[in-house]
Design a binder for this molecule. Sequence first.
Ligand code: INI
Length: 157
Amino acid sequence: MSVTVIEGDFVNVDGKYTIVVGRFNAFVVESLLDGALDTLKRHGVKEDNIRVIRVPGAFEIPLAVQKVAQQKKDDAIIALGAVIRGGTPHFEYVSGESSKGVLQVMMDHDMPVSNGILTVNSIEQAVERSGTKMGNKGAEAALSALEMVSMLRQLEA
Ligand code: INI
């Protein structure tokens, strides 16, 4: 008897990927995008198979992600944004609804959607997570997308 383990191995990850990017807090989000693109390319994804779609802010990301999912062209979608807490409750709505929306598309469309939308308390925390001392959450989101594509291909084989 042996245990069957199915997990992504990042080998069989060639395919089509769309990155949906919220422009708000662009100084952070552009670094997340750089990290995601670098990760996809270093794992062998061809530039011609990567699309980047820009929307105004994190709140708009779920609609774009949903439209992309409906096209059924991609193996995975990567959502990138940066929601930074301000002095009003607006943060709670934007961060909560964008994450919920992205999750809903993943479940409704049965395809991997990586949540690379930062929700942080300060600009410093955002900078730390977009390519400095806490890594790059855009790169991590791309890695998650690759792993899920690889895992699903094994599961569905
Ligand atoms: N959008 C973000 O992506 N990050 C934020 O921090 C943010 N804040 O704090 O307001 C933000 N707001 C804009 C929002 O995403 C929509 O674009 C806007 O509400 C119009 O629908």
